[in-house]
Design a protein around this ligand. Structure first.
Ligand SMILES: [Zn+2]
Length: 462
């Protein structure tokens, strides 16, 4: 992103905004933030980030694009600067606009929603005179020295209603936040671990796949989706907070990330959805992703007792809560700590609907790996002495040369079969331990177990 307009162009553009209402993001009508975004989009082609107007100086990387000045008694804003006021304004949200003119005592802003008429589109962009205070910021774009023919040709008019990106609009919400760390165990807590290691990486990979991906609370993720939803409900405000705000933003996909907590032995993740809607492909793909990575403790879990899931069910938001394993389980956390990047990529692939490119990740490799295990049960009655091994391999340790004398049964009930080392193996348990025996050589050219001649009698299922 660069600023590809001169100061003269920027000011000329600003003047065209006066007297009309602008809804840059298609939400909440003509907010103050929308007008600053119109100006910024004209300058750079990009947008300003931040949940509230007051966040603009802190939620954006202005390196090479603009200088952010904090107000001082001797600071004089310039025409075209984007001004930002703190939480004393806008009922806590702050306020923003562009500087129309300024002296050391007051400045005039071109702005929307100063009087609260943005939401219902009754207050167009207009001039308002302000006095200064110390916590005001002025963002001065690094304008281009002079206009070139090329940049004039490149000028685009921003059309909120017709702008399209090929990807989806996705929100990743890290669970907990504010003063709530979530579950704490194994040297970390839910809030911080997810925000640091998982959410930004999931965002990175989804962006690679061409989606528009926001983190709830902006890049600092300094909000708590649950608390915000509850706050909105307390106020009776079903537009501006938490999941209600999420609904207004028209996200295609919302994923809230958590880590579970229980006794140290509980392990694996699971996907929680609202019981108002059936699991969709994303839920199923995430469930499969968990199975293939950290493991699952249960299948997709429809619930009616979780606030965000309930609101998602009521408002038909495409939402799920993902427990990515147990923070209280050493194995789960060691896995996530060691493999957070791979895990994030797999999770992003599940949200994306297919593995996200690159050869370093697990998704592609996993697809290339041929299946070697089938959860097919059956009964096997050997007609010859066959060996008992601790693993399905001709190198597996032999614990007996005759499975019948070892297990003291005539027919072995097996739990699954494995293809390895040119043989088909059955797996069974005896006195609580798992063992393997080869039941035939692989001779069928399609390698179908049902086409083979076994060293005994095989019946599927039990
Ligand atoms: Zn949690």
């Amino acid at each position: 992103m660069t600023v590809n307009k001169t100061k003269a162009q920027a000011i000329a553009y600003m003047k065209t905004l006066k007297g009309k209402g602008w809804d840059f993001d298609g939400a909440f009508g003509w907010q103050c933030f929308d007008l600053s975004n119109m100006q910024w989009n004209y300058l750079t082609g990009g947008k300003l980030y931040g949940y509230y107007a007051k966040d603009i100086p802190f939620e954006n990387n202005f390196n090479g694009l603009a200088t952010v000045y904090k107000n001082t008694p001797s600071f004089l804003p310039e025409e075209g600067d984007i001004f930002v006021m703190d939480e004393k304004y806008g009922e806590g949200a702050g306020h923003t606009g562009t500087v129309w003119s300024a002296n050391l005592n007051t400045f005039v802003g071109l702005e929307q929603n100063w009087y609260g008429g943005g939401r219902y589109k009754t207050e167009v962009a207009q001039l308002v005179t302000h006095t200064y205070d110390m916590n005001m910021y002025f963002i001065r774009p690094h304008y281009k020295a002079k206009a070139s023919v090329v940049s004039k040709v490149k000028d685009k008019v921003f059309k909120p209603s017709t702008s399209k990106t090929k990807g989806k609009k996705i929100l990743i919400a890290s669970g907990h936040g504010y003063n709530d760390p979530g579950a704490v165990a194994n040297g970390t807590n839910e809030r911080d671990f997810i925000r640091k290691y998982i959410a930004p990486n999931v965002q990175k990979y989804l962006k690679q796949a061409g989606h528009t991906v926001d983190l709830y609370g902006g890049s600092k993720q300094d909000q708590n989706l649950y608390t915000d939803t509850a706050y909105g409900e307390r106020l009776g405000d079903t537009k501006n907070y938490g999941m209600y705000w999420v609904k207004q933003q028209k996200y295609d996909i919302v994923v809230e990330l958590h880590l579970d907590a229980a006794s140290a032995s509980a392990t694996g993740g699971h996907v929680i959805i609202s019981n108002q809607w059936p699991a969709d492909k994303i839920d199923k793909d995430i469930n499969n992703c968990l199975k293939a990575t950290v493991g699952t403790i249960r299948g997709i879990d429809p619930r009616n007792d979780l606030l965000n899931a309930n609101v998602s069910g009521r408002l038909n938001i495409n939402y799920r809560l993902v427990e990515m394993g147990f923070i209280t389980n050493k194995k789960d956390m060691n896995y996530l700590k060691k493999n957070y990047d791979k895990f994030s990529k797999e999770l992003a692939g599940a949200i994306n609907g297919k593995a996200i490119g690159g050869t370093s990740g697990g998704s592609k490799k996993a697809k290339q790996t041929k299946q070697t295990k089938w959860n097919w049960k059956g009964r096997f009655t050997p007609n010859t002495a066959i060996k008992v091994r601790t693993s399905p391999s001709i190198n597996g340790k032999v614990v007996s040369n005759n499975v019948l004398s070892f297990t003291r049964v005539k027919t072995i009930k097996f739990n699954f079969i494995v293809k390895a080392d040119g043989y088909w193996w059955i797996s069974y348990t005896s006195k609580g331990k798992t063992y393997y025996s080869a039941i035939c050589k692989i001779t069928d050219n399609k390698e179908k177990v049902k086409n083979e001649k076994y060293w005994g009698k095989l019946k599927w299922n039990w």
